[in-house]
Write a protein that binds this ligand. Structure first.
Ligand code: C5P
Length: 236
């Protein structure tokens, strides 16, 4: 089953909560990213939980293992249902993240821990920073990182919709894929370049579809969210 996650990319709690209230009864998940979290802190997670949403705290942790252990522990204690770290942080950092998650849980619920592979904004030149992508290109690096994420016992990865099929093939269908860059009409009029439609993402096996502006900047956000959900079911 695939879930819709709405990206609440807002500078303050009031705008974010207004949108969340508008979307009640449509998407089950909300995403809190760096902008909103830096402005409002962990209380934002609890307020969205109180409205009945599951919350993906998208802070992409990347630091020494001890620091990431503490950050994940705090994120889970704040109520996050899903948290992510950079897979490039390596085995020890990821293992520490899992320990932090396990130290914090207690309610019985097990928050999901995902690994970022390569940011979809990075290109070949950027990858030169970490030794280059080699002859196989970025796609091969992403598959390699997804396999590492699985070997480190992460629940899944954040990736482009265009990478889901290859990752599922390499890591198995139970390994979760969360995909931003979803555009209902397949258009990429903004900063997203490598986009897929909701139906395509679901057909390829994406488990969580992150959609921001096509919903939050629509004239009728709830209607737009329902349309995306319908496209996910219909395969459009
Ligand atoms: O508005 P839009 O649908 O482009 O929002 C996508 C959301 O997903 C944003 O919050 C963005 O930061 C996030 N994201 C992304 N690409 C990644 C990782 C996260 O667009 N590779």
């Amino acid at each position: 089953m695939s879930e819709l996650v709405v990206a609440l990319d807002y500078p303050d709690a009031r705008s974010a909560l207004d949108m969340a209230r508008t979307l009640r009864g449509t998407a089950a998940w909300m995403k809190v990213g760096l902008e909103l979290y830096c402005a409002e802190g962990p209380g934002m997670v609890r307020q969205l939980k109180d409205l009945g949403f599951s919350v993906f705290l998208d802070l992409k942790f990347f630091d020494i293992p001890n620091t990431v252990r503490g950050a994940v522990r705090s994120a889970v204690r704040a109520g996050a249902d899903m948290v992510n770290v950079h897979t490039l942080g390596g085995r020890r950092m990821v293992e520490a993240a899992i320990e932090g998650r396990d130290e914090a849980k207690g309610s019985g619920a097990k928050p999901l821990l995902l690994g970022v592979t390569i940011l979809t904004s990075m290109d070949h030149e950027d990858l030169g920073l970490i030794g280059g992508a080699g002859e196989g290109g970025i796609g091969n690096v992403v598959i390699d990182l997804a396999q590492r994420a699985k070997a480190y016992y992460l629940d899944g990865v954040v990736c482009s919709g265009l990478e889901v099929a290859g990752i599922k093939q390499a890591c198995g269908s139970a390994f979760l894929c969360l995909t931003p860059g979803i555009r209902p009409g397949g258009e990429s009029g903004d900063d997203q370049r490598r986009v897929v439609t909701p139906g395509q993402a679901v057909a390829d096996g994406s488990n969580f579809l992150v959609v921001g502006r096509p919903i939050t900047q629509a004239a009728d956000p709830a209607g737009a969210a329902l349309q995306v959900l319908e496209q996910m079911t219909r395969g459009a």
